[in-house]
Design a protein around this ligand. Structure first.
Ligand code: ZN
Length: 409
């Protein structure tokens, strides 16, 4: 089949795309580096002006964390960039990405390096500054499509995806309500395979308090928070496998001090993963009863903080249909698109939970993300930008059935 001629403009941009990704990689935008994120937001806003749409930089909501004394604390997270074109069009697409990386200012991974063979190693090049550049090139090309007026788009780029998107959650849900379909730019597998069904995830912090006492004189009067927490950890750990593929990962424990004091505070942080939405209720009940058992003991208190931040994303009929479209666009471009389920999760989970069917691995090909060996396969920049531009072109042509907007929540 013949490809729309505007797609070839993307190939001409390859050097510029690589140049931009590397200059963005040079800006440290670790999830907690507010200054770097601010700089990244305004740099991206400027870059996206070429699409003819003007962006706005919006504040995120504060995020609640549990400190090492077990207290709740609100912290500020980085800003959100929102760019909107043709909001009046009947068909609306949300293109979603994140500007934060897992590499903060203290990381030893701050600069890029050309590995040769079309691979460049660098912080965030694949996850997902390359993906952001794919969005830009695709939109720039799509704006030359003869059907462009049939389709409005919104780009939402948050700054706290790597720490759970708590500060941008409200914006994601609102944007999901404005759109018919979502495209998210997490990297694909190195061979281009996309993520299909995704597990859900939750992060929890369990704070146990007992009673301090002198370990020598009055050991019997103390209530040891560490041993109490330890018994709870074994109970929590045993929930793994309680439902198919459900896991509880005890990630971090804190507590105690001087060895001659019965410790009165212990904290455990853990992550849970589940496949089915109904697993969340099962797990919540199980965790609640473990907590209640401790609270029934005299002189002990247990408080469970946290939530299921990313619900499971099963393959729905609409997502399957969207995959068929992506596969069809891929085959027009001579790329075979496969998909497989994953235990990882991303903002695609949140958008799906808010009722927005989406495909969430339309970003670049690369590997070793979240490590200092992260690299991008540079050919994938133009390849994936053409894929998205063609998806948008087909969606705007009116030949593809469009789902209704997600119900407002
Ligand atoms: Zn990512």
């Amino acid at each position: 089949m013949s490809l729309p001629p505007f797609l070839s403009s993307i190939d001409e941009q390859k050097d510029q795309m690589i140049h931009d990704v590397l200059s963005w990689s040079n800006i440290n935008s670790g999830s907690l580096n507010l200054l770097g994120l601010e700089r990244m937001a305004y740099t991206l806003r400027k870059a996206f002006e070429i699409t003819g749409a003007s962006g706005e930089v919006l504040p995120s909501d504060p995020m609640t964390v549990i400190t090492d004394t077990g207290a709740e604390q609100q912290i500020k997270v980085g800003p959100i960039l929102r760019i909107v074109k043709r909001p009046e069009a009947n068909r609306q697409i949300l293109l979603c990405g994140h500007m934060d990386t897992v590499f903060d200012t203290s990381s030893d991974f701050q600069t890029w390096e050309d590995l040769g063979g079309g691979k460049i190693r660098g912080p965030g090049v694949t996850d997902m500054k390359g993906g952001l550049r794919v969005i830009l090139a695709a939109l720039q090309a799509f704006e030359q499509s003869p059907h462009k007026d049939q389709l409005g788009w919104e780009v939402l780029i948050n700054a706290d995806e790597e720490i759970g998107s708590f500060g941008s959650r409200r914006h994601l849900v609102e944007a999901a309500g404005r759109a018919n379909l979502g495209l998210v730019y997490e990297p694909s597998m190195p061979d281009g395979t996309l993520a299909g069904a995704r597990k859900g995830s939750g992060n929890f912090t369990l704070v146990v308090t007992g009673k301090a006492a002198h370990a020598g004189r009055e050991h019997h009067l103390g209530r040891n928070a560490i041993t109490a927490l330890s018994s709870m950890i074994l109970d929590l750990n045993s929930l793994t496998g309680g439902r198919p593929d459900l896991t509880v990962n005890i990630g971090k424990i804190e507590g105690g001090g001087a060895l001659n004091v019965v410790p009165d505070l212990a904290i455990c942080r853990f992550n849970v993963r589940m496949k089915e939405p109904s697993d969340q209720d099962w797990l919540q009940d199980a965790m609640d009863s473990i907590v209640a058992k401790m609270n029934n003991k005299a002189d002990y208190t247990a408080i469970l903080h946290g939530s299921f931040s990313r619900p499971p994303k099963p393959m729905s009929p609409m997502i399957t249909q969207l995959f068929d479209l992506v596969r069809m666009c891929g085959s027009d471009l001579g790329i075979e698109i496969k998909q497989q389920p994953t235990g990882g999760c991303c903002d695609g989970n949140n958008l799906a939970a808010a009722g927005l069917p989406n495909i969430d691995t339309l970003g670049v090909r690369g590997a070793n993300i979240h490590s200092n060996q992260e690299f991008i396969i540079t050919d994938s920049l133009t390849e994936r930008a053409k894929l998205t531009a063609l998806i948008l072109h087909k969606l705007s042509s009116g030949n593809i059935p469009f789902p209704k907007k997600a119900p407002a929540s």
